[in-house]
Ligand binder design. Structure first.
Ligand SMILES: [Zn+2]
Length: 97
């Protein structure tokens, strides 16, 4: 599990609220979702930040969509999907209890 994934406000809205940026077209939204899925194909992204750990402004690249626009960054954890682990039948990363 990674707990140092930094996401932009667009990704926060999409991942936490399921709401795309109102300025996006449906195609923009689909492309954004694809970019996140390409980076985290088997992980679930969970917002773990609070007001003290979120970053008000950064030029660093968004970890989930790759955006380099300056803005707020929100801390997420990337948790591997246990369901996929189970179906794949591999025995690594089981010690998360
Ligand atoms: Zn983003």
């Amino acid at each position: 599990m990674r707990s140092d994934v930094w996401a932009c406000v667009d990704c926060l809205m999409l991942l936490v609220n399921g709401e795309p940026n109102p300025e996006w077209s449906p195609l923009d939204e689909a492309e954004h979702v694809t970019r996140i899925e390409e980076r985290f194909p088997t992980e679930i992204l969970v917002h773990v930040g609070d007001e003290s750990s979120d970053v008000d402004f950064s030029w660093s690249q968004c970890d989930t969509c790759g955006s380099t626009l300056g803005g707020s960054r929100y801390r997420f954890a990337a948790i591997r999907s246990t369901r996929l682990d189970f179906e794949a039948g591999d025995s690594e990363d089981r010690g998360d209890r």
